[in-house]
Design a protein around this ligand. Structure first.
Ligand SMILES: [Zn+2]
Length: 128
């Protein structure tokens, strides 16, 4: 009978442990939930000061410096976006311009895009 008592207590111990794990997991997810709230609230505090900075309100030095860093980062983004536009413009230009620049090898007439023969003299257009 003693052996059954022992098995019984081991099984109960495992069940307790599983229950404990569940309770701990529940609390850990609550902790993460609260941490998420803190992060969101800190962002709101940041937005509050950022709006004041943008409105030209003088804030304490540390906040002013941090807002200055945001301004620098925004300027960097603007510069990079401009560079992207330039890269796009440069890479798109040859594709669009190359066919328009084709001229007839025979008479020098500009060949419209997609034409296989010169509209002036009828010479075949080579794309090379
Ligand atoms: Zn021609």
């Amino acid at each position: 009978m003693a052996i059954f008592d022992k098995i019984g207590s081991v099984t109960k111990g495992m069940a307790d442990k599983a229950g404990d794990m569940l309770e701990i997991t529940k609390r850990n997810s609550k902790i993460n939930e609260e941490k998420g709230k803190i992060a969101a609230l800190k962002m709101k505090i940041g937005d509050y000061y950022w709006e004041q900075f943008q409105a030209g309100i003088s804030l304490d030095d540390q906040v002013m410096a941090l807002c200055g860093n945001i301004n620098e980062a925004m300027a960097a983004i603007e510069g990079l976006e401009l560079e992207i536009q330039q890269i796009k413009g440069v890479s798109q230009q040859p594709v669009a311009a190359a066919p328009a620049n084709l001229t007839c090898a025979n008479c020098g007439t500009a060949i419209p895009q997609g034409k296989k023969f010169c509209p002036e003299c009828g010479s075949p257009v080579s794309n090379s």
